[in-house]
Every structure is written in C-alpha cells, then in structure tokens.
Write a new protein. Structure first.
Length: 140
C-alpha cells in the first residue's frame, strides 16, 4: 500500500476536500510545488492556479484556488484558500468575460482604475481557464 498523507482544502466559504492523498501539487508563490507524504514542513503563500490531489486509488482530483496559504507537515497538508472550487465547477464563460473586462480596463487610458486590482483579476481568470483546460486534457 502506498504511503499517504491527510489533505484539507478549505476556503473562506467551506471545506472543499478532506481526505487521504499520495501527492499534492500546488501553485506556491515562488513556483509550483509537489508534496508527498513525509515532506519537510513549510508554509508558503499561494498564487492563483490549480491544485492537484492524487488519491490512493489513483484518481486525480483538480481544484482551483485564487490565493491563500499552504501549510505542510510530514503527514498533513492544509490549503487555506481565499476562494477554492472544484475545477469541474468552474464557469468557462464567466472566466473569459472576466479576462475581457480586465484587459479592457487595463487598456482604457481614460478610466480611473486600479491597475493592480485589474491585473489580479486577470491572473485569477486566466488561472481558472488553465485549470479547466488541464482538467479536460486529463479526463480524455
């Protein structure tokens, strides 16, 4: 039997996943990290992107997180996300519209906008689309 670790993925709204995993991949601030059981402890900020959880039965579960924190202990991984969703629940049309709105706002020289906020919205929407595309690739 493969070694496992307990994984919790929670957002401000609710618990998204709680269970055993053989591996977790997450978008840490300084780059993507792969976590396996008995990993060295650390804490890192997360950037918008996809979290993949490999379960003991060989299934890969995919989630989107907007940002947050990951805490790793040797046998427990906790993802505390501002927003987290199952990748299959993402709305592609809404993500594409959010990208278009952010790009329009950033290119409108007359508008009084917060560029940092528009860039963050653009990054989140693009990460949602990547999560959807990766889910589709893996489920074919």
């Amino acid at each position: 039997m493969a070694m496992t670790m307990h994984v919790d993925i929670v957002s401000a709204e609710n618990e998204i996943f709680s269970g055993q995993a053989t591996m977790l991949v997450a978008p840490a601030q300084m780059g993507e990290v792969g976590i396996m059981p008995r990993h060295s402890p650390f804490i890192s900020r997360l950037k918008p992107g996809e979290v993949r959880v490999d379960t003991p039965d060989g299934e890969g579960l995919f989630f989107y997180v907007s940002s947050g924190v990951i805490e790793v202990q040797p046998n427990i991984v906790t993802v505390l996300a501002d927003t987290a969703m199952r990748a299959k629940d993402l709305d592609e049309a809404a993500a594409r519209e959010a990208i278009a709105q952010a790009e329009r706002a950033m290119h409108d020289k007359q508008a009084n906008i917060d560029y940092a906020k528009a860039q963050a919205q653009l990054a989140e929407a693009m990460a949602q689309l990547r999560a959807l595309e990766n889910l589709r690739k893996r489920t074919r």
